[in-house]
Design a protein around this ligand. Structure first.
Ligand SMILES: [Zn+2]
Length: 115
């Protein structure tokens, strides 16, 4: 399905999976605490889990949006998708890209390498 997507051709799909997974897993601790679901854990441990979870989520967020880039011009495709598309369609838009929206088709065969 995504074989023709440029994020697949440039072998960067794993960055999306890795970044999104870290964002979800890291974000679970603050959200679960906010929902009162971590009350069974002692307060010191809970605070450590929340801080570590928040750090993991922030680092994953930065990784997701800064590391998925065009090998030719360096355009940050995930950041571009998140900034220019609605929250409902940015992922679909990102995975439907067949060429870089900034510089067009890859300039050489070597440009499909992973960054
Ligand atoms: Zn480009």
């Amino acid at each position: 399905m995504f074989d023709r997507a440029i994020i697949t051709k440039t072998h960067q799909w794993w960055k999306f999976i890795f970044g999104l997974s870290g964002l979800v897993v890291g974000g679970m601790f603050p959200l679960f605490n906010f929902a009162g679901m971590l009350q069974w854990i002692n307060e010191d441990t809970r605070m450590i889990l929340i801080l570590v979870g928040t750090a993991v989520a922030l680092i994953s967020f930065a990784f997701l949006f800064l590391s998925i880039r065009c090998p030719d011009c360096g355009a940050r495709w995930a950041w571009m998708a998140a900034r220019t598309r609605s929250h409902k369609e940015w992922i679909v838009w990102l995975f439907s890209l067949q060429h870089c929206p900034k510089c067009g088709p890859p300039k050489s065969a070597g440009s499909t390498r992973s960054l």
